[in-house]
Design a protein around this ligand. Structure first.
Ligand SMILES: [Zn+2]
Length: 262
């Protein structure tokens, strides 16, 4: 399989850089053992990194040749490799119930749950003038968050609360949901998801006065590992005026209020 494009500055897959993890070569570089660790120690370290659920960067780590192949080819290649994974697990791919799974998974990855990796799918903001001169905070509560843990590739499900104070422009309400949805359609860690949503809204709304709070359950915590079905994880980004204690408390009061039912 050749993933590299024709671009001359594209690094070769056989030459992992020192930032190997960023280019998707983490396993290659571990196995060739530049670290001096045994394979067992490396496995332990990889588990630990996964369970720590920390992000290494605000930007999703992407290969420079991420879009050198189109979505149709990505689906074909993922189908091929997922069929192999199922086979290695010992599953009989001639079974009627299983034979369509590799393609189903490949299409789901590319067209649905990881479609937010492609900037072409980023929602275009519709901005309006703040004609009402509404200068208080606007809070969009309880936005559904559905994303996938990048360490275990299982879902993270929860709620996001997004708030901003207009600097002269206002955004269509559904666009706030769309921005959350777009960044959720990536392998993620919750901290990075929170910051990516906040930074995008600051950019679009031309203000630092943006806050994002996410409360979510990680299925990698509830269905494996520590098997805790009750715990949830809260992350927050308070920009500009939201860093002021009184403004932050006002936001938290709105979020704590029960939502209206209609
Ligand atoms: Zn995880």
């Amino acid at each position: 399989m050749k993933l590299n494009g024709t671009s001359s500055n594209t690094p070769s897959t056989s030459q992992p850089t020192t930032g190997g993890q960023q280019n998707g070569h983490a396993l290659d570089s571990h196995r060739t053992d530049s670290t001096g660790l045994s394979a067992w120690e490396v496995d332990e370290l990889v588990d630990e990194i996964g369970d720590a659920h920390g992000a290494s960067s605000i930007d999703t780590p992407m290969r420079p040749d991420a879009f050198a192949i189109d979505d149709d080819l990505k689906i074909d290649l993922i189908e091929e490799h997922f069929r192999e994974i199922m086979g290695i697990l010992g599953l009989d791919l001639t079974d009627d119930s299983l034979k369509g799974s590799p393609r189903r998974v490949a299409k789901m990855y590319v067209n649905e749950i990881f479609s937010g990796l492609n900037p072409a799918n980023k929602p275009k903001p519709t901005l309006f003038d703040n004609k009402f001169r509404y200068n208080e905070m606007l809070v969009e509560k309880d936005i559904t968050v559905q994303t996938y843990c990048e360490h275990h590739f299982v879902p993270i499900i929860g709620k996001a609360h997004v708030a901003y104070i207009s600097s002269g422009k206002v955004i269509g309400l559904s666009k706030l949901n769309r921005v959350v949805e777009y960044f959720g359609k990536r392998p993620q860690v919750q901290e990075r998801l929170t910051v990516q949503i906040a930074e995008e809204l600051k950019r679009v709304l031309e203000t630092d006065d943006v806050a994002v709070i996410i409360d979510a359950k990680h299925l990698c915590v509830s269905t494996r590992g520590v098997h805790d079905i009750n715990s949830s994880t809260v992350t927050a980004s308070y920009g500009g005026k939201f860093a002021d204690e009184a403004t932050k408390q006002e936001l938290l009061r709105y979020i704590a209020q029960p939502s209206v039912t209609i």
